[in-house]
Write a protein that binds this ligand. Structure first.
Ligand code: ADP
Ligand code: MG
Length: 285
């Protein structure tokens, strides 16, 4: 099973859109996928049409009470499940403040899991608090959505330092697999410059044995597409809402690339390219 945390302490960069639509694309390819919504805003849950009425049966109950992931999990489509978030999760940070081992609660709950999944995708809030730490402790991989924006690199060093600390103290298996460019305006100078700067930044890190060793940007760039912004209000993934859109095409291409990219395999770009057997557009019905 691959477990992936979608993180960036900035809001509005495309974490939730990527979590939901990448998961939906993988599920349509026959992978069994479970999303765990760790953001009190519950955007991923709402995007999939799920609103837990009982706060216990959500990630809040999982982190603060005796609720198992299986009890809180809801099926949303073929091969796709979500453990939804509830607004009460906002209080979890405070409620867990005095708790010993509060960063590893989710990892312990996952250890009790009996259901088999191919992918576990964890949608994180825009902060590096206890909820994100639970995701980083439970996951083996990190996907970092970035908006090619002149401030894209701002805050990246802090984020990488957090990953490094978590890897050192709590989860030695943690690796940054890759950067997903979201709201990409292809053909603009800014997008090209920012992706170039990000690549330079990673090349400049002496990466050999660190948490970001082998990290790279995915070739599939998610273009700015209004359909992606509209889909959440309908409680549908892009594949149900607008299957012929650029958004569906881009997330399908990302899923194909992710399937071909075991964390270690990402180090060899040819492995990734080799996985694309057909042009993404032919896979969309
Ligand atoms: P985050 O989870 O990082 O806060 P979201 O995924 O919620 O970010 O995205 C922020 C906003 O931008 C949302 O309204 C979302 O619908 C919109 N959005 C995300 N990706 C795209 C895209 N590629 N094109 C257009 N709008 C997008
Ligand atoms: Mg979000």
């Amino acid at each position: 099973m691959r477990s992936i945390a979608t993180i960036n302490q900035k809001g509005g960069v495309g974490k939730t859109t990527t979590t939901v639509n990448l998961s939906a694309a993988l599920a349509r390819m026959g992978q069994r996928v479970c999303i765990i919504d760790l953001d009190p805003q519950a955007h991923a849950s709402l995007h999939l049409g799920v609103t837990p009425s009982d706060s216990e049966l959500s990630t809040y109950g999982v982190l603060t009470a005796d609720v198992t992931l299986a009890q809180a999990r809801v099926p949303v489509a073929e091969n796709l499940w979500v453990v939804p978030a509830h607004l009460d999760l906002a209080a979890a940070e405070l409620e867990l403040a005095g708790e010993v081992g509060r960063e590893i609660i989710l990892r312990d709950k996952l250890a009790e899991e009996t259901e088999e999944f191919d992918f576990l995708i964890l949608d994180c809030p825009p902060s590096l608090g206890v909820l994100t730490l639970n995701a980083l402790t439970a996951a083996k991989e990190v996907f970092l959505p970035l908006q090619p924006h002149f401030l894209a690199l701002h805050g990246l060093s802090k984020l990488l330092r957090t990953l490094e600390l978590v890897a050192k103290r709590l989860n030695p298996k943690l690796r940054l697999t890759g950067i997903v460019y979201c709201m990409y305006e292809s053909g603009t100078r800014l997008a090209a410059e920012v992706s170039h700067d990000v690549q330079d930044f990673f090349d400049s890190l002496n990466a050999s044995d660190s948490v970001w060793a082998g990290a790279r940007s995915f070739d599939a760039k998610i273009r700015r597409n209004i359909r992606l912004a509209e889909a959440p209000s309908f409680g549908q993934s892009i594949f149900d809402y607008a299957p012929g859109s650029h958004g569906a095409e881009d997330y399908q291409a990302l899923a194909i690339e992710v399937m071909g990219s075991e964390a270690a395999g990402m180090r060899d770009a040819s492995v990734v390219t080799g996985a694309v057997a057909r042009p993404a557009s032919t896979l969309i019905d």
